[in-house]
Design a protein around this ligand. Structure first.
Ligand code: C5P
Length: 339
């Protein structure tokens, strides 16, 4: 029953005409071979698997509040190998079904589902899709999991359905889903400015002192909107940290630790004792350096050597923390897997 063959048609409008494209294995593999900038999706004729990676923020400068209610940012983000797995299946009806390993995320509000609806609407296409999402990235944790899922779906659909979307169109769709989504279209190491949607890739240089990363998720979830809303203007910066770190990394030099700052960290540590306690516990367990990921509550601690990272992981695990050993990754090389 598994060799049932179905031809999938992508229908879209281009320059005023309606175009119908047959998706066959040959055109999909040609399309895949052309990819250079994005993560590889794993594709057969009616099933497509893709990974969605988490991120950490090396810096996060909040420059000020904007008239639209968002905050102007300069932040350096890096994807890490903790990932969700998404399986997209073409269905015979026109429904978008969202099925997530975390039941409360199995709804149309899930950013992965919103990405499918957005593509269908933009291209006047009504192909049915089942989205199965296996979550590993903790939710509401500052690791960008939901945003990464949305970007992974956009990239996967673009290849699978051979969408006639320019990088600028894809970027604008990503930005309308969420501020972090554009970063995940390329991933790797990048400076993100504006709301987060102006993404400038940085040199592929990663300090050896950060070869291993512990990601510790304190036992609370935070709302990004609430963290930004409560941020006093006294925590705004001029963006010096992100500038200095970008310059260092582009010169293939290790940035000075004093510039690895997150404008949201002081407020989060003060307002949420669980996060302050977790930071204290990481330091006591032997971490030399601890920073908040995005708006938190996840903390990251870098290590030069695996043994040091494992020791600290074991100690905080014994204290009952949810903790992941991870590493920086560029999706180009990190997403390859086998059917
Ligand atoms: O863009 P996204 O929906 O991910 O943002 C979630 C919330 O975080 C926004 O509603 C906003 O309150 C806050 N935010 C902000 N400035 C940014 C990004 C997010 O104030 N640059």
């Amino acid at each position: 029953m598994h060799n049932r063959k179905r031809v999938i048609w992508a229908i879209y409008h281009k320059e005023g005409t309606k175009k119908r494209v047959k998706l066959d294995k040959f055109s999909i593999s040609v399309q895949n071979a052309r990819m250079s900038h994005a993560q590889q999706a794993q594709i057969s004729s009616d099933v497509c698997f893709v990974r969605a990676y988490a991120k950490i923020n090396l810096t996060l400068d909040v420059l000020g509040r904007r008239a639209d209610g968002y905050h102007e940012l300069a932040t350096i983000m890096q994807t890490v190998d903790l990932h969700d797995t998404i399986c997209l299946t073409a269905t015979a009806d026109q429904r978008v079904q969202m099925i997530c390993s975390i039941p409360e995320l199995s709804s149309d509000d899930n950013l992965a589902a919103r990405a499918v609806y957005m593509v269908r609407q933009r291209l006047a296409c009504s192909q049915g899709v089942r989205i199965e999402l296996y979550k590993r990235i903790p939710m509401a944790a500052g690791l960008g999991g939901g945003s990464s899922d949305a970007a992974a779906v956009l990239l996967a659909l673009q290849q699978w359905w051979q969408l006639p979307l320019s990088p600028a169109e894809l970027l604008s769709m990503a930005a309308s889903i969420g501020s972090d989504v554009p970063f995940f279209l390329t991933g790797g190491l990048a400076l993100c400015e504006g709301r987060g949607e102006r993404v400038t890739p940085l040199a592929r240089y990663w300090p050896t002192s950060m070869r291993w990363l512990l990601l510790l998720k304190p036992p609370i979830s935070l709302s990004t909107a609430a963290v930004f809303r409560n941020l006093p203007a006294g925590d705004y910066t001029e963006g010096t940290n992100s500038r200095m770190v970008s310059n260092a990394l582009n010169a293939r030099k290790d940035p000075q630790l004093e510039y690895l700052q997150n404008s949201l960290e002081r407020e989060v540590l003060e307002r949420y004792p669980e996060v302050a306690q977790a930071r204290e516990d990481l330091l006591r367990a032997g971490a030399q350096f601890v920073r908040l990921c995005g708006s938190g509550p996840t903390l990251f601690a870098p290590f030069a050597e695996l043994t040091g990272a494992l020791q600290v992981q074991q100690r905080v695990h014994t204290l009952g923390y949810e903790v992941y050993l991870s590493r920086a990754i560029h999706p180009n090389t990190g997403s390859v897997c086998f059917f």
